[in-house]
Design a protein around this ligand. Structure first.
Ligand code: RFL
Ligand code: PHB
Length: 390
């Protein structure tokens, strides 16, 4: 079997790449380890930057997002029982779109299948071969049989725990890594969001975040230990802690049935280079950000935009310049998002290692943000999203 682009992973990165390549007349095959049902139900990100929302709309997969998505014109930073609203629209002319990642995955799978696209689920034992040559191929197992997929290039879209990144020899790879001394306990609850905008709360007991998925579904997070034992968190304890950390005069947190809970470790990670021969790393396979800035999915979409442009030029004209500069172009945006995510994380979380002096400095930084249009604008510009290709 032969295709132009072999794509490993049917997360948002792999599916969006396959979709955009198709619109540019380029064939691809997507190989995914999990089942379709699994990837379509995996609850993750929810906040889309304006350029990513536009990319989905412009490429014809935005119909359900326009119907069900929640456009936001501001976000709130809450501390000391007070809110500071960052008016995204007034400061940047743009906003964000709250729309579940798993719905984007469903929309993209539907679009690929409707267009006759080739997405193969439950493909195991994937291996990438001869990626430094002009004839790379992918081996995998499906339905108890060994398969080989020959391709012109391979896109490693298999997330942080995938195998693509390790195909680049350790002698060539450099990793930049930071683990934070906390995690996020996240819940999904069948209750109307207690705020119509996202609230980021900095509290002495730790960070909390109020977000949403729909007018009747809330998504909330609590800073916790990185290895937090979730069995110690009854639903009542979670709601009580969220209420304490999100407290503000005139605000009541509405509790409701919790339908999902989980703990996520917080880390920043980048691998360089993002390209090795005919292998291109895309999205979480190449970089992870702590979710505080809501950047992960958006960065994956930006990588896809850069790679689509480069592959389209190459397949049409043989021009290699955009392909050769793929990693460098992506990394300019990746590092800006890394800085922003690290900064938001450092600003809003409680660090047990902080001295009273450092805690005061942290509070002064938040206070400074509240009092400064310039500082609020800098936050807003990053939050609504830098251009996809810098
Ligand atoms: P994914 O989504 O991890 O998809 C990778 C796919 O590859 C498959 N795979 C393999 N397939 C074949 N063979 C193998 N050996 C394979 N190994 C893995 C996997 O099954 C999967 O289907 O990576 P991708 O496509 O790069 O997308 C990245 C995003 O998923 C991620 O960055 C975001 O979810 C991060 N994130 C957020 N990003 C935002 O932009 N806004 C947010 O509000 C936001 N909130 C979040 C988040 C991530 C979170 N968690 C759980 C990490 C909130 C949380 C709690
Ligand atoms: C979410 O809705 O899941 C969400 C919102 C904002 C973030 C991270 C996650 O910064």
């Amino acid at each position: 079997m032969r295709t132009q682009v072999g794509i490993v992973g049917a997360g948002p990165a792999g599916l969006l790449l396959s979709h955009l390549l198709h619109l540019n007349g380029i064939e691809s095959v997507v190989l995914e380890a999990r089942s379709r049902g699994y990837v379509e139900a995996r609850i993750r990100a929810g906040v889309l930057e304006q350029p990513v929302e536009k990319l989905l709309n412009d490429s014809g997969v935005g119909a359900r997002m326009r119907e069900l998505g929640l456009p936001h014109e501001g976000v709130n930073l809450r501390t000391g029982g007070r809110d500071h609203r960052i008016d995204l629209k007034a400061l940047t002319g743009k906003g964000t779109m709250v729309y579940s990642q798993h719905l984007i995955v469903q929309d993209l799978i539907a679009a690929r299948l409707a267009a006759g696209g080739d997405v193969r689920f439950e493909a195991s034992g994937i291996g990438l071969r001869d990626v430094r040559t002009d004839a790379p191929y992918i081996v995998y197992e499906q339905d108890g049989k060994q398969h080989r997929l020959d391709c012109a290039v391979i896109a490693g879209c298999d997330g942080f725990h995938g195998i693509s990144r390790d195909t680049i020899p350790a002698s060539v790879r450099q990793s930049f890594d930071r683990e934070y001394p906390f995690g996020w306990l996240g819940i999904l609850a069948d209750v109307a969001p207690s705020s119509h905008e996202v609230v980021y709360a900095s509290h002495d007991r730790g960070f909390a975040l109020l977000s949403m998925r729909s007018p009747s579904v809330s998504r909330l997070y609590l800073q916790c230990e990185p290895d937090e034992d979730i069995s110690k968190w009854s639903d009542d304890r979670i709601w009580e802690e969220l209420s304490t950390r999100l407290a503000r005069d005139g605000f009541t947190l509405q509790a409701g049935p919790i339908t999902q809970k989980g703990v996520t470790q917080m880390r920043s990670f980048v691998v360089e280079p993002m390209q090795y021969g005919k292998l291109f790393l895309v999205g979480d396979a190449a970089h992870i950000v702590p979710p505080t800035g809501a950047k992960g999915l958006n960065l994956a979409a930006a990588d896809v935009a850069v790679l689509t442009r480069a592959l389209t030029a190459w397949f049409r004209t043989g021009a290699t310049d955009l392909l050769e500069s793929y990693g460098e172009t992506c990394l300019r945006r990746v590092w800006k998002a890394q800085r922003f995510s690290w900064w938001m994380t450092s600003l809003l979380h409680r660090f047990s290692s902080h001295t009273p002096f450092e805690r005061r400095v942290q509070q002064a930084e938040l206070d400074g943000l509240f009092g400064s249009v310039a500082a609020s604008t800098a936050l807003a510009e990053n939050y609504v999203g830098l251009p996809l290709i810098l």
